[in-house]
Design a protein around this ligand. Structure first.
Ligand SMILES: NC(=[NH2+])NCCC[C@H](N)C(=O)O
Ligand SMILES: [Mn+2]
Ligand SMILES: [Mn+2]
Length: 312
């Protein structure tokens, strides 16, 4: 076990498939975990020295779909999202407690309800680096779309209005343990929330202004000042520029370059504190085959980057 992974008990990565699209309306994002595995991700990680396990969750998720799932308090498909994310949470928690690196492959970003809950239940003092074009912190009361992939952080931070389907989600995330990188499409209601809670957010404007090196350092100074807390990375590929990751459901121009995206992963893993990561919102059915392939490839590349310390 290289000493750089300070918090893990072995060089063992548990890949958790989250083939799920119920947090938003565009089908196809549920095919991403299989597409990334077919691209050879498991072997690539083995070549990097890791023991790899994979739970695909294909059948499990199909079986969790309720016959009826009407909108409740503005949120679409709440029962399905709740059931899937609770299952993911338990799986992530169990694997994290075993000292494994947990890599979850989405699926839409609603699955972070599960991954963040699971990681924070295993590591209550963890911090969260959220790389995204969007803030995903709408509450049932502020969401315009009703898509739960735009809401996970409001539940995790404990600011969502009470919702019957999400009472299992513990408010595990303190405002000073969350930092954003890459924002450029934040809803008005979300802007208010970020301001009121004093949440640290580095938008693309800040990335342009200071460069990605300084941004990641300042992000870590904020959420992990003594560089001693476990880190979870939730990486929405729409943080990347659409020219880099075109096949995603809610693309926004002006995003991170290929290198900037990878730099974030490299800098986090180099702390020795990265214990888990999500790669979400790869949608292989959007656009043409070449765009899909490019997006799957970059998703796998980011995942690999989370698992090797880079020599400097
Ligand atoms: N994970 C994502 N891609 N989220 C996009 C969210 C977009 C918008 N803010 C909404 O709440 O619907
Ligand atoms: Mn997102
Ligand atoms: Mn996004």
């Amino acid at each position: 076990m290289p000493e750089e992974f300070k918090l893990l008990s072995s060089q063992h990565v548990a890949i958790v498939g989250a083939p799920f699209s119920g947090g938003q309306p565009r089908k196809g994002v549920e095919t991403a975990p299989a597409a990334m595995m077919n691209f050879g991700l498991a072997n690539q990680l083995k070549e990097l020295g890791w023991t790899v396990e994979f739970q695909d969750n294909e059948q499990e998720i199909v079986e969790l779909e309720p016959a009826q799932d009407p909108t409740v308090l503005n949120l679409k498909q709440p029962k399905f999202v709740s059931a899937v994310t609770e299952m993911i949470s338990n799986q992530v928690r169990e694997r994290a407690l075993q000292g494994k690196f947990v890599l979850t492959l989405g699926g839409d970003h609603s699955i972070a309800l599960g991954t963040v809950s699971g990681v924070f239940s295993a590591y209550p003092d963890a911090c969260l680096v959220w790389v995204d074009a969007h803030a995903d912190i709408n509450t049932p009361g502020t969401t315009d779309s009703g898509n739960i992939h735009g809401c996970p952080l409001s539940f995790l931070a404990g600011i969502a209005e009470e919702h019957p389907d999400f009472s299992w989600v513990k408010p595990c995330l303190k405002a000073n343990r969350l930092v954003y990188i890459g924002l450029r499409d934040v809803d008005d209601g979300e802007k208010k929330i970020l301001k009121e809670l004093g949440i640290k957010a580095f938008s693309m404007h800040h990335v342009d202004q200071l460069g990605i090196g300084k941004i990641v350092e300042q992000a870590l100074d904020y959420v992990n000042p003594d560089r001693n807390l476990p880190i979870h990375l939730s990486f929405d590929v729409d943080a990347l520029d659409p020219s880099v990751a075109p096949s995603t459901g809610t693309p926004v121009r002006g995003g991170l370059s290929f290198r900037e995206g990878h730099y974030i992963c490299e800098a986090l893993v180099n702390t020795g504190l990265l214990v888990s990561a999500d790669i979400v919102e790869v949608n292989p059915v959007l656009l043409d085959e070449e765009s899909a392939f490019q997006t799957i490839q970059v998703g796998c590349s980011l995942a690999r980057c989370c698992l090797v310390k880079i020599g400097v």
